[in-house]
Design a protein around this ligand. Structure first.
Ligand SMILES: *[C@@H]1O[C@H](CO)[C@@H](O)[C@H](O)[C@H]1NC(C)=O
Ligand SMILES: *[C@@H]1O[C@H](CO)[C@@H](O)[C@H](O)[C@H]1NC(C)=O
Length: 110
């Protein structure tokens, strides 16, 4: 079965001037169509290659994957609601992209 997998590396933050160490921030957006047991849209956010945020089209919730991310609501109470809205909006955007690709490549299945 052919499948469309879409990967977009949204951003990598380079060296931080205040620290000798280099850290990274990466977000992976994955959109797919018709892949068994795999959500149509997944967002994974990583700091230094450790997953700290996760969203998928099954749960439709942006959720913390690390304690220190859970605590962000101490400072920004509606952080997860905001992240969820952004992810939902991107999910729609990527769904349209997948449909467009399917049309352009005459892909009738997933
Ligand atoms: C997060 O908050 C909990 C409860 O307030 C606290 O026990 C914990 O130490 C905090 N963790 C971090 C990494 O700040
Ligand atoms: C898709 O089908 C159309 C009509 O048959 C054809 O003109 C076009 O070249 C096809 N596109 C691809 C990417 O195969």
């Amino acid at each position: 079965m052919k499948m469309f997998l879409f990967l977009l590396l949204l951003g990598i933050v380079g060296p931080h001037c205040t620290s000798a160490r280099t850290h990274s921030l990466k977000y992976f957006y994955t959109a797919s169509s018709g892949v068994p047991n795999f959500p149509e849209f997944v967002v994974v956010g990583l700091v230094d290659e450790v997953e700290m945020v996760h969203y998928d089209s099954n749960t439709k919730r942006a959720e913390p994957k690390q304690d220190w991310m859970s605590n962000i609501t101490d400072e920004v109470p509606d952080y997860w609601e905001g992240e969820t809205q952004i992810a939902l909006s991107n999910q729609q955007f990527y769904k349209v992209g997948i449909e467009t690709l399917k049309q352009r490549f005459n892909q009738t299945g997933g």
